[in-house]
Design a protein around this ligand. Structure first.
Ligand code: PLP
Length: 397
């Protein structure tokens, strides 16, 4: 791949804090992206599970344009109509009564951690510890990073905030062992996305819910990646008929316009008093209007159900590929959050896909993550699958 002049310029001025692929995009439409040379790509990554409706959905563009011309920001000292409408929508969808708006997933989790601590301090006799999962991902800010059970992300930034203990998903005994007299709650993803697409087992999760009930612990679920239809339900916890006390959202909520949300049950939310937590922008008019437009389309087009159906079909397809392609060791995930565990390194597979016009993500050294838009057309899905199969066939040779 020749080095694009834009990439050369970027490498001089952008911080070297992430590994980027050498593609400079200039335009997107639905599941299609176009680079500065006009080359087309099919997007099975959706800006890392953000573009649930694909790129530049007309209803989203219209909502942004309308809101930009109407009102953008007034600060958190006042209300905005769109903020109230979005809070009403999210509380109705989740059954949790109160919302705080932030600007990202990490910020939503920071808010969740602070609310749990304040609740623990004021309602649980001073408890403050939170148990999170090994291999989890909750964000890069210091509190969210402390919650993220992956030493490789934490080591360079020690000391991190104290008060976190770690356990393993699908190993209930490890959560029981991590409980101390100081524990106020647990925080986890129901499918570990960044950790390599690892879902919780139903029996483990039901056991954890029961453990929280027995010990009076707050159940906090990070739905930043899984939330809003991605796994085939609006919230991954709906697969179990269980409702957490605290929920965090971001990614698909704003479709690329920065927004995060932390929702809580009424009695838990009541631990926050004026002055306890805030953010100057905390979403803002354009983000609220965008989220409302996205949720409306999701509802009208029944996208969670579609993700469920398409995800099941895809999973079955990948499992059938395993017969002829032993390079696929395992197929994991729910809905349109799928992971292919390979017997070969994932990076070259991702790069070959990119060269052939398909964007997928090597989320671990051996896992390919697939998170296409929830409304991707069947024709685009089939085109992308054909490329993926070709690349995996070559990888096996
Ligand atoms: C489960 C989960 N929580 C939190 C985050 C952090 O979100 P953000 O990057 O918006 O801060 C991510 C991002 O990948 C995530 O997957």
């Amino acid at each position: 791949m020749k080095i694009d002049p834009w990439v050369a310029r970027a490498e001089k001025v952008l911080m070297n804090n992430v590994r980027r692929l050498p593609v400079v995009f200039s335009r997107g439409a639905a599941a299609h992206l176009y680079d500065v040379d006009g080359r087309e790509y099919l997007d099975f990554l959706s800006g890392i599970a953000v573009q649930a409706l694909g790129h530049s959905h007309p209803a989203v563009v219209a909502a942004i344009q309308k809101q930009a011309a109407k009102i953008i920001h007034v600060s958190n000292l006042f209300y905005l109509e769109e903020q109230i409408l979005l809070a009403e929508k999210l509380t109705a969808l989740s059954g949790l009564e109160r919302v705080f708006f932030a600007n990202s997933g990490a910020e939503a989790n920071e808010a969740a951690i602070k609310l749990a601590r304040k609740y623990g301090k004021t309602r649980m006799g001073g408890k403050y510890e939170i148990i999170t999962a090994e291999n989890s991902f909750h964000g890069r800010t210091m509190g969210a990073l402390a919650a993220t059970g992956q030493p490789k992300y934490q080591e360079a930034f020690q000391p991190l905030p104290a008060g976190f203990r770690y356990a393993r998903i699908n190993d209930l005994a490890s959560w029981e062992a991590a409980i101390t007299p100081q524990t106020c709650g647990v925080l986890l993803e129901l499918v570990q996305g960044e950790g390599g697409v690892h879902p919780v087992d139903p029996a483990f999760f039901q056991g954890l819910v029961e453990l929280c009930r027995r010990h009076g612990l707050l159940l906090m679920i990070d739905e930043v990646q899984t939330g809003l239809g991605r796994t085939g339900k609006y919230f991954a916890w709906e697969h179990f008929g269980v409702k957490p006390q605290i929920l965090t959202l971001a990614k698909a909520l704003g479709g690329g316009i920065p927004i995060g949300a932390m929702l809580a049950r009424e009695d838990v939310a009541a631990a926050f008093e004026p002055g306890d937590h805030s953010s100057t922008v905390g979403g803002g008019g354009i983000a609220f209007a965008t989220a409302l437009a996205i949720l409306q389309i999701m509802e009208e087009e029944k996208l969670p159900e579609r993700a469920h159906r398409l995800g099941a079909e895809l999973k079955a397809r990948f499992q059938s590929w395993q017969q002829e392609l032993p390079v696929i060791k395992e197929v994991r995930g729910w809905g349109l959050l799928l992971g292919l565990e390979l017997t070969v390194p994932a990076q070259p597979v991702m790069r070959s896909c990119l060269e052939q016009g398909l964007i997928v993500n090597a989320v671990t050294p051996t896992t390919i993550r697939l998170v296409p838009p929830l409304n991707i057309s069947v024709a685009d899905l089939e085109r992308g699958l054909a490329i993926l199969k070709r690349v995996l066939t070559a990888a096996a040779e």
